[in-house]
Design a protein around this ligand. Structure first.
Ligand SMILES: [Zn+2]
Length: 70
């Protein structure tokens, strides 16, 4: 297969992985501080900012979920 096709497949796998981790993030990662690992508790779905009271780490959860395949 050509190189273009290879990247197409890579992109597709990347998309699937992204979708999977976005789902996982919704359930788990948003409750755990990525900086210190402290459980910050269940968040309402409309809360888009992750904030850790332990270390003060703050991050837009949209940005956290958008990262992945870069
Ligand atoms: Zn923290």
């Amino acid at each position: 297969m050509g190189l273009g096709q290879f990247f197409e497949i890579l992109e597709y796998v990347c998309f699937l992985t992204d979708t999977f981790f976005a789902k996982v993030n919704k359930d788990f990662t948003s409750q755990i501080c990525p900086n210190c690992g402290t459980h910050t508790g269940k968040k309402e779905l409309n809360v888009r900012i992750h904030f850790c009271p332990e270390c003060g780490y703050e991050q837009d959860t949209d940005v956290a979920e958008a990262r992945g395949c870069t």
